[in-house]
Design a protein around this ligand. Structure first.
Ligand code: GTQ
Ligand code: FE2
Length: 357
């Protein structure tokens, strides 16, 4: 028996050089398995506390310059289990921009979004359309659109950036182009896409075309939170309580092709059921206090915190308050998984999660 195994091992070893010459190989006993029974993610759950982030942001604000044509001033949310990125597919970063500063124009193949955390008075120009950015707004920069930001306010401005950089890199589809001009000319009506499609329930008469890319570039805090308040009157989702996905209003699909964006509220005292799904998630806590149990570890969160959940990790959410809702902004890569036929989810009995932890 063991001789047979040895023989096979030796046979495989003996073929290496010859096969290599023809860009071929056979499996070797030292290779890792081709498949695992279920996803074995190297990503680890991670929690960033608001107080730490605030201090670090002030530090990079004081120490890092924002130079024309250079990198943005961002605090990247890293993961100890990954060589790159916040999750296997995307980077979440917090951008810090000071009064009077300009983040100069460029474009890239990676899709990007911004969710405004704090401050007022900054604007962004996306392919010639200018948008003011206010707290709670979601602003999109679809793949290969020119974008630049300017802060005209008088206090530092902070927003969350999410880009599907790791996904684009894994497909070797990276492109980037800088601009000689710091800002783009504003070529169209301010808030153009918002005027056309921003209501989410109506569109201009005779607008019959459905472009490949979502034409709506901004989702205001006011309208998205109003929608969430209305949805809170529905029966809760067992795993997410009240959760609304930002949509492409013309297709009903996700607002961005690869990145999912969700506004979520947990009613006072809510303790959801546990589940797991493929796809990675990053949460930003807008308000409230609560906890999320991830593969048996409890993360106690408050306003301004971030939490990252790896693919296939069992998780459940708790609102610790008995009288105040918790509101969360969620980013995930589920639209990409669905398009590739890789999305799966399953409920997990609470005892299983406790036993796992
Ligand atoms: O603001 O254009 O966090 O290009 C990373 C790359 C922000 C941006 C990031 C970017 C940007
Ligand atoms: Fe960018």
């Amino acid at each position: 028996m063991s001789e047979a195994v040895m023989t096979d091992t030796a046979q495989r070893q003996a073929l290496v050089d010859e096969l290599n010459e023809y860009n071929c190989r056979v499996a070797q006993p030292t290779d890792g398995p081709l498949f695992t029974r279920d996803p074995q993610s190297a990503m680890q759950p991670a929690h960033w506390k608001a107080r730490d982030l605030e201090r670090l942001l002030e530090k990079i604000g004081a120490n890092l310059k924002l130079e024309a044509g250079g990198q943005r001033r961002t605090l990247r949310l890293a993961n100890r289990g990954l060589p790159f990125g916040t999750t296997p597919t995307f980077w979440a970063s917090i951008q810090y921009i000071l009064p009077g500063e300009i983040a100069t124009a460029h474009r890239h193949a990676a899709s990007a979004l911004r969710f405004i955390m704090k401050g007022r008075g900054a604007d962004t120009i996306v392919d010639g359309e200018r948008y003011e950015m206010n707290e709670g707004d979601l602003v999109l920069t679809p793949a290969w659109t020119w974008h630049d930001h300017e802060h005209k306010g008088d206090k530092p401005m902070i927003w969350l950036d999410v880009l599907d950089i790791s996904l684009v890199r894994s497909m070797h589809a990276t492109f980037f182009e800088g601009s000689a001009e710091p800002r783009q000319p504003v070529s169209s009506i301010p808030d153009h896409s918002y005027r056309r499609y921003g209501s989410g329930i109506m569109k201009p008469l005779n607008d019959r075309t459905v472009p490949d890319v979502n034409p709506l570039l901004v989702y205001s805090a006011e309208r998205s939170q109003e929608a969430l308040r209305a949805a809170a009157g529905l029966p809760p989702d067992p795993f997410d309580d009240t959760a609304l996905e930002y949509l492409n209003p013309l297709t009903g699909g996700s607002a961005m092709p690869t990145i999912g964006t969700v506004l979520q509220s947990l009613r006072p005292g809510m303790h959801t059921k546990a589940h797991r799904h493929t796809g990675s998630v990053v949460y930003y806590v807008m308000r409230g206090t609560g906890a999320t149990i991830v593969d048996g570890t409890t993360f106690e969160w408050g306003a301004g915190d971030f939490l990252a959940i790896p693919p296939w990790a069992v998780h459940e959410h708790i609102n610790r308050s008995s009288d105040t809702e918790a509101m969360l902004f969620q980013v995930n890569d589920i639209p990409a998984l669905r398009k590739l036929g890789l999305y799966r989810e399953e409920a997990v009995e609470p005892d299983a999660q406790r036993a796992a932890g």
